[in-house]
Every structure is written in structure tokens, then in C-alpha cells.
Design a protein around this ligand. Structure first.
Ligand SMILES: N[C@@H](CCC(=O)N[C@@H](CS)C(=O)NCC(=O)O)C(=O)O
Length: 241
């Protein structure tokens, strides 16, 4: 059994999709980030970085104590390895390509789109420089993805892999930063093919539609502090032991 510390965001959906694709028994433990559920010491003992998602494998392959994994990309690699290399090509080139595009998602596509969401949707209005900086990066990375998918069916080549699982939920969120799949025909084709997969359908059942529906969510002072301000900083300072 795997415990999934979960929020229905693009990073959370990577893990719920992977578990549904593999049909692995798991228990979702939902967090309300606006209420600051993730700022507790108990959660930072699971994820020292204090962010979601994280998993705790109650029955690791070595038969030892429960094992916690944080960072959504590391979780995808862990679950693939534990399940006989599922959704990871078996040849060396295919494996490397999967890792390259997974790192690209984790270090580039996800963080830059995340900052675009922050400045377009959450930051006080009127900050033209950060909005244009991150919108440009978000668009540049979509152009990189479009060029790749013009020549390959999936990110690592012919086979669907964890690199696609990592990228797909962030592409799903682009309309919230006022971008459209209609401008990216190759990405749109890839997106729709993956959207039809039963595992992807099941993994996104707990949706973020409510969040996406509102371009500029109104946060209370407390929620703002939990996500971006004093409460978040205070929690990162305190020791967990
Ligand atoms: N690189 C991390 C990013 C995790 C992350 O930023 N998660 C967001 C939710 S999608 C979060 O926990 N936000 C809480 C906060 O910003 O305080 C991963 O991929 O797991």
C-alpha cells in the first residue's frame, strides 16, 4: 500500500495518474494548501521541502521500514522501478531520452509555467516585467514541446512514458495562463491521445477545475500567508526533530 500526500494540482496529478496507470493500491491523503495543511512538522518529516505531492511506501521492495519519496519526478522514477520498469523504455537510449525529458519537465517546463501561473493569476496586478518574462518562458517551452511532438509520437520517442505523465498535467493547465492548445497542433494531438487513456481519466478524477475556472482566485490573508508569505517561511525555519 502506498500513501499519497495529495493535492489535485498538475504536480499531484502526475502521481495519481501514474498509480492509476499501474493499478497500484494506494490511499490518497488530501491536503488543503490554502489552510496550510502542508506546513506541519509531521509533513516535513515526510517531505523536508514541505511541498506536495509526496508518497510513503508502506511496503518497500527491501522489506524494510516505510520509505518516503518527495519530488514528483523522483516519485515517478521510484514507482516505475518498483513496478519492473513500467512506463520506462527498456533500451538505454529510450531510458536516457525519458530521463532527459523528465528533467526538462522538472527543471524547466514545470517551474517556468508555475511562475507564469503565479504572476498572471496570484501576484498583485500590474507587474508587467515578471508577467512578460514568465509568459515568454512558458511559450518558449511550449514551442520546444511542439517541435519535439511534430516528429515523435511521445516525448521519449514511440512509447508513452513517465516523461509524458510528468508533462501532460501542466499542458492541461495552460488555459489558466491564457494560452491555447489550438496554437500547438502537435501538442494538441499528443494531449488528446493521452487524455483518452483510462489511467489518465481515473488519475484526474479529483479535478482542479474549480481552481482553473477562476483566472484570479481570491485568497484570504491567511491563505496568502500559507502559500506565499510569513506562515510558509516560518514553517521552513522550524526543525522537525
Ligand atoms: N518540484 C516539486 C514541486 C512541488 C510543489 O511546488 N508543489 C506545490 C503544489 S503543486 C506546493 O506544494 N505548493 C505549496 C506551497 O507553495 O506552499 C515537485 O515536482 O514535486
Amino acid at each position: 500500500m502506498i500513501d499519497v500526500h495529495f493535492v489535485p494540482t498538475p504536480n499531484g496529478h502526475k502521481v495519481s495518474i501514474m498509480l492509476a496507470e499501474l493499478d497500484v493500491p494506494h490511499r490518497l491523503i488530501p491536503y488543503d494548501m490554502l489552510a496550510g495543511d502542508h506546513l506541519t512538522k509531521a509533513f516535513r518529516q515526510i517531505n523536508p521541502n514541505g511541498r506536495l505531492p509526496a508518497i510513503v511506501d508502506q511496503a518497500p521492495a527491501d522489506g524494510g521500514q516505510p520509505f518516503a519519496v518527495f519530488e514528483s519526478g523522483a516519485i515517478l522514477l521510484y514507482l516505475s522501478e518498483k513496478n519492473d520498469g513500467a512506463l520506462m523504455p527498456s533500451d538505454a537510449r529510450g531510458r536516457s531520452l525519458t530521463q532527459q525529458w523528465l528533467m526538462w519537465q522538472m527543471a524547466g517546463f514545470g517551474p517556468m509555467h508555475g511562475q507564469a501561473h503565479h504572476f498572471i493569476r496570484y501576484a498583485p496586478e500590474g507587474q508587467t516585467y515578471p508577467v512578460s518574462r514568465y509568459r515568454n518562458e512558458a511559450v518558449r517551452l511550449l514551442n520546444v514541446l511542439e517541435r519535439r511532438l511534430e516528429t515523435e509520437a511521445f516525448l521519449a520517442g514511440a512509447a508513452y512514458s513517465i516523461a509524458d505523465i510528468a508533462t501532460w498535467p501542466w499542458v492541461r493547465a495552460i488555459r489558466a495562463i491564457e494560452l491555447s492548445l489550438d496554437d500547438y497542433p502537435a501538442i494538441k494531438r499528443w494531449f488528446e491521445k493521452i487524455d483518452e487513456r483510462p489511467g489518465v481519466r481515473r488519475g484526474t478524477e479529483i479535478g482542479n477545475e474549480r481552481n482553473l475556472a477562476s483566472l484570479r482566485p481570491q485568497l484570504s490573508e491567511e491563505a496568502w500567508s500559507n502559500l506565499f508569505g510569513e506562515n510558509m517561511l516560518k514553517s521552513s525555519l522550524s526543525r522537525t526533530d
